[in-house]
Design a protein around this ligand. Structure first.
Ligand code: ADE
Length: 421
């Protein structure tokens, strides 16, 4: 270690990583400590402009311990998952030299240095939108950049997996497969990119963030209960998913929306069936989730082929995938007919790509109030104001990136503490 003024310097790296939504679900671990799944899974990576984590990692000889802040509040780094990722990245750290600052760190010195990590999610952390996938992918990616780790994306995905299973898929953009692997040490349980975000860029993703008063079962404990008690989980992992993964890969490759949508909906429904098959049963979806499924199913059935796909993770939020802008605008009109905004404020009711509202002809609350009842749904013409908190309109996006603009770093380069603390 050497520097112009020994002990006075702070060296930093900042990265940004997207979140991802599984279309073939990960549910169940065969190894709890290494986070090894019972089946392969496939996801789409969302546009980081709308849903991502940004993380700055700083190192300085003046830091007495490792510390982390999430969305401005200090959190403990002592959990096994953060510790596994820190240990695995530190093991692979290389020499680093910053000529401008006169800093040189030899690879053997990384073990003696402590880090400060500040992370910020550009979407609500507690809304059930896979924030830990984006967060742990960003943690691993950015630590790897600071420590000049040379390992490829596959290896990084395997480290991110040990922080949060689905984080391994956020190491890539576009369409991603997490291969369950066979080895007991988890070395082959890695993510691979099936296609990048440009491969099928017409897809539009609308997320309905559903209001929930219910305390949800965490994915970790829900999965454990399912593995221990659900006979359907075993059947799903051994018999259903292997074939479904092959069909999904083919649907993605050939951009076959009909097949993609049928597989996505069927897999979401089977995942929630496994939750119901768990003892005691787990209910992640609520009445609003069920109403959204019903709306989409009735529309799809009335058209003969799927117009939109739905998928639900371990919570009530609906992720709706349309093949193009036209179907997305029709979907939005149907959704807003049943779920108008509570406070009549249309612009804060749509987050992300807000232009979908004007594309759907919805410029004001009066436009929403004038929407006709969807003909095919035959649902009672009751409306459910307030049952959706807000919508997010997004698209497929790229994998983690280094943020080169130093003004966007979350840590002050002089104090080594999060900005504003
Ligand atoms: N959990 C949720 N969001 C996170 C983040 N940005 N970094 C680390 N862990 C997280």
């Amino acid at each position: 270690m050497a520097a112009a003024e020994e002990g006075q310097w702070v060296l930093m790296a900042t990265g940004r990583s997207p979140t991802n939504i599984a279309v073939i679900k990960y549910w169940g671990k065969r190894d709890e400590a290494l986070i090894l799944p019972v089946n392969d899974s496939i996801s789409v990576t969302l546009d980081p402009d709308h849903l991502s984590a940004t993380t700055t990692v700083a190192v300085s000889p003046s830091f007495p311990s490792d510390r982390m802040w999430l969305n401005g509040k200090e959190i403990s780094l002592s959990g096994g998952r953060f510790q596994s990722c820190l240990r695995e990245i530190r093991k692979r750290a290389q020499d680093v030299e910053d000529e401008k600052k006169g800093i040189r760190i030899k690879k053997e010195d990384w073990g003696k240095l402590h880090v400060h990590i500040a992370s910020y999610n550009n979407f609500p952390t507690a809304a059930g939108l896979a924030s830990s996938a984006a967060g742990l992918a960003c943690f691993v990616f950015t630590l790897g950049k600071l420590m000049n780790v040379k390992e490829d994306h596959g290896e990084l995905s395997s480290i991110a997996r040990q922080g949060s299973g689905s984080a391994c898929r956020s190491i890539y953009g576009g369409f991603v497969k997490w291969c369950m692997g066979k080895n007991n040490d988890g070395s082959d349980s890695i993510a691979v990119q099936l296609a990048d975000e440009a491969h099928w860029n017409d897809l539009v993703i609308i997320i309905a963030v559903v209001s929930s008063k219910q305390k949800e079962t965490s994915s970790t404990s829900g999965m454990r209960d399912s593995v221990e008690t659900s006979p359907l989980l075993q059947y799903r992992a051994q018999t259903v998913v292997p074939e479904r993964v092959l069909k999904m890969e083919e649907a993605i490759k050939s951009r076959n929306f009909e097949s993609f949508a049928r597989l996505t909906c069927a897999d979401s429904n089977q995942f929630h069936a496994v939750c119901l098959d768990t003892s005691p049963p787990i209910f992640y979806m609520n009445d609003t989730s069920h109403r959204i499924i019903s709306l989409v199913e009735k529309w799809n059935q009335s058209e003969g082929t799927p117009r939109v796909a739905y998928t639900f993770d371990a919570g009530p939020n609906a992720v709706l995938i349309a093949p193009n802008r036209k179907n997305a605008t029709i979907l939005l009109q149907k959704l807003l007919y049943y779920f108008p905004p509570q406070d009549n404020d249309l612009s804060s009711y749509m987050v992300g790509d807000k232009s979908i509202l004007s594309d759907a002809g919805l410029k004001s609350i009066e436009d929403v109030e004038a929407l006709p009842a969807p003909a095919e749904t035959k649902m009672p013409s009751q409306k459910f104001k307030g049952d959706v908190s807000y919508f997010i309109c997004s698209r497929l996006g790229a994998g983690p990136k280094v943020v080169t603009d130093e003004s966007l770093a979350l840590i002050d380069s002089v104090t080594g503490l999060p900005k504003g603390v």
